[in-house]
Ligand binder design. Structure first.
Ligand code: HEM
Length: 132
């Protein structure tokens, strides 16, 4: 698969991830009895999980196509990839937080865009990488 195809998958699933977390936040804010919206919660968790998995696979696919962290000249992962990995894990943890702490749900609407913007900055500017 080409670098461009991986990037398309990466971006598509970033949008899916945002939809999943946004939907979970709305359900948390709506509150309601335990078990209410059970089917919808399940669908949102699946969207969130699949999106995270594909973001990960497509991210490593792009790394492979760009020779980042692999091959003879391998100098290991550049710092910006570690940053992205950390943000990816934060997106994973956010779903559990929203489920348990409904009070956090309102903050999702600025935390998610902020984390996404930092990840995009890392992916475009490659801070700390030799030669940028
Ligand atoms: C394990 C997690 C991740 C890995 C390994 C990864 C890796 C990558 C790589 C290698 C690129 C291409 C960079 C280049 O062309 O120089 C990229 C692009 C991008 N990534 Fe990720 N990524 C991850 C998670 C994320 C997350 C969670 C987000 C945001 C929510 C994100 C947002 C982006 C964006 C917006 C681009 C496109 C930047 C451009 O237009 O050049 N990534 N990612």
């Amino acid at each position: 698969m080409s670098y461009e195809f991986y990037k398309l998958l990466h971006l598509l699933c970033i949008l899916g991830l945002c939809c999943g977390l946004g939907g979970m936040a709305i359900l948390a804010l709506l509150g309601g009895a335990e078990g209410e919206h059970k089917q919808l919660r399940k669908v949102l968790m699946i969207v969130h999980g699949v999106a995270l998995l594909v973001i990960f696979v497509a991210g490593f696919g792009m790394m492979a196509r760009k020779g980042i962290g692999i091959g003879a000249s391998n100098t290991g992962w550049p710092p910006w990839i570690f940053g992205k990995f950390g943000i990816w894990m934060a997106f994973g943890a956010l779903a559990a937080f929203v489920k348990r702490k409904a009070g956090l749900a309102t903050h999702i609407f600025w935390i998610v865009p902020l984390l996404g913007a930092i990840a995009a900055y890392l992916a475009i500017m490659h801070p700390g990488a030799p030669g940028g």
